[in-house]
Design a protein around this ligand. Sequence first.
Ligand code: NAD
Ligand code: SER
Length: 316
Amino acid sequence: MDKILIIGACGQLGTELTLKLRDLKGQENVIASDLLDDPVDLLKDGPYEKLNILNKESFQIILEEHGINQVYHLAAILSAKGEQNPHFAWQLNMESLLTVLEAGKDKLNKIYWPSSIAVFGTDTPKINTPQNTIMSPSTVYGISKLAGERWCEYYHQKYGVDVRSLRYPGLIGYKALPGGGTTDYAVEIFHKAIAGEDYECFLSEDSMLPMMYMDDAVKATIDLMEAKQENVKVRSSYNIAAMSFSPVELAREIQKHYPAFNISYKSDFRQEIADSWPRSIDDSAARGDWGWQHSFDTKELVEVMIRNLKDTFVFD
Ligand code: NAD
Ligand code: SER
């Protein structure tokens, strides 16, 4: 039986992934963990452990106590926040991955660790960015994800560790707020529109980036983890894609629901990061190897975000 530990479970992705895995595997088989004393409200019904993944001993104790055989390691400092404290971002993103990969040698039968479109950089082809191409990340976050990909492949080849990974684009969901990325505008904008407020976007109107609705990201993650070993041919990290849009295109789609919604643009340091990333992604390897398919395009994303956010909370 799978006994799963999710590290960084209270974040934007972790909240939704934990809920889905608990549905599929049983509440008691999915242990959420994060830095917080108590889990976020949505995760209160299942098992929770307070864990700082930089504390190796606490991690080992939790593995033993719960008989964990799978880890989803989501804790990281994202692209924008990473630039505020690059050395700490490197320490957290790298040390924690190596701790989990080491446990993969003898204690775990599968590990999931997410990478990002941030592994690409200014020299990378920007349209339909290939699976294998020039990678020249310019953020500490991107550098740590690229190094992490190499470590994942290394542990798979040298020690047979079954570690699997996806290069997510910007993730957009309504159940949890984003934690400090360059694509966060694409969540914030919905909260402002629904609150009847204007939105000042920190990227320029034409900053086209690859994006994905959270349900698709969660499905991709679980599909990859459930795929047969022989179908998982990329052991660094798979490109995956769903849609691409710019802030002005997203705003126009939102204005179909809220005609009075106004957006203005004032680029900050995140513009340079966005400018270094791909505009669209070629994910044919994931589609061919293990059958990845997305369900949500921009129009459906906007409909589902507005429908659900109207019933939940509003961004401050
Ligand atoms: P997030 O910032 O929302 O959540 C990260 C969680 O990790 C937080 O709850 C935080 O409290 C926890 N955490 C931080 N330090 C920790 C520590 N030392 N020990 C234990 N937990 C700790 O991030 P997210 O958006 O949910 O991203 C999850 C993963 O997916 C990350 O690895 C990120 O790089 C990757 N990813 C996310 C996106 C996106 O758009 N959200 C895109 C690409 C990749
Ligand atoms: N959405 C993430 C970020 O902006 C991409 O990894 O950092």
